[in-house]
Design a protein around this ligand. Structure first.
Ligand SMILES: [Zn+2]
Length: 258
């Protein structure tokens, strides 16, 4: 079993060949894809894709880059979307102090509000944390939420332990295949497989050997293989355990939905 726990199939990069991309994922053995909303319009699109394709699930939320666009009605619209059965998580939400597209104070305010909303909706959360490890961790801790994933995990092993202590999963992107990604490789080596998910974050973060091209769910195989190499396990075993973790976190019942 193989799952891409974090993709952005709703994005415009897939506008011209979405159907083929989804087909290639199937041929590569990807059983499910979770496509992740980053603003209201794209959350709507993600939900519509999940409605259209059996093997796609969706999440909803406003990415830290887009929090400036949150209007008086946005949360109500998201709540409405959350009623769809194929919405399995709230996110991606969090803090991005690397690109700082929205002011940091606003990012924090809207992250806090959305953590609350996720709790109200009883959905696990997908956290985006870039150069804001301490603040993200503290806000998650204070929210009381104990189910979710730090996506594209970019911290060190000490940070990883703190996330695990909160009951969170860590998600490993294609970055792990890069020669220079030693911090992430070290995290993968030392964190139990029972706490790891695999993701593409496509169209971004394309793994080797496709680096430089647009990323897509079929390439998750290379990430699984690299994690397996680090762990010294067969890649199919790594893929299956990570897939099971994804199903557990997002409460997806594989048998009835396939
Ligand atoms: Zn993402």
């Amino acid at each position: 079993m193989l799952i891409d726990s974090h993709a952005h199939l709703e994005m415009k990069e897939f506008e011209h060949d979405r159907r083929e991309v989804i087909e290639r994922a199937k041929l590569a053995g990807v059983d499910f894809i979770v496509t992740v909303g980053t603003n209201l319009a794209l959350s709507r699109k993600a939900v519509s894709l999940a409605t259209q394709y059996e093997n796609i699930y969706a999440t909803i939320g406003i990415h830290p880059h887009d929090v400036g666009k949150i209007g008086y009605k946005t949360y109500d619209d998201l709540k409405e979307l959350a009623r769809n059965k194929k919405v399995v998580a709230y996110g991606e939400i969090g803090l991005d102090f690397f690109r700082n597209i929205a002011p940091q104070a606003l990012q924090k305010e809207k992250f806090g509000e959305q953590l609350q909303l996720a709790q109200e909706l009883k959905l696990p959360v997908i956290i985006h944390d870039r150069d804001a490890h301490e603040q993200s961790l503290q806000m998650v801790k204070d929210s009381g939420i104990r189910q979710g994933v730090f996506h594209c995990f970019s911290g060190d092993y000490a940070m990883a332990r703190k996330c695990l202590d909160l009951g969170f999963y860590l998600s490993v992107p294609g970055v792990v295949t890069f020669g220079k990604a030693q911090t992430l490789q070290n995290v993968v080596k030392n964190v139990p497989l029972s706490s790891l998910l695999l993701e593409t974050d496509c169209p971004y973060l394309t793994p080797d050997p496709y680096r430089g091209k647009r990323n897509e769910p079929a390439y998750i195989v290379h990430t699984a293989q690299k994690v397996a190499e680090i762990k010294g396990l067969p890649w199919e075993e790594v893929a299956t355990i990570a897939a099971q973790n994804t199903l557990d976190l997002f409460r997806i019942e594989a048998s009835s939905d396939k």
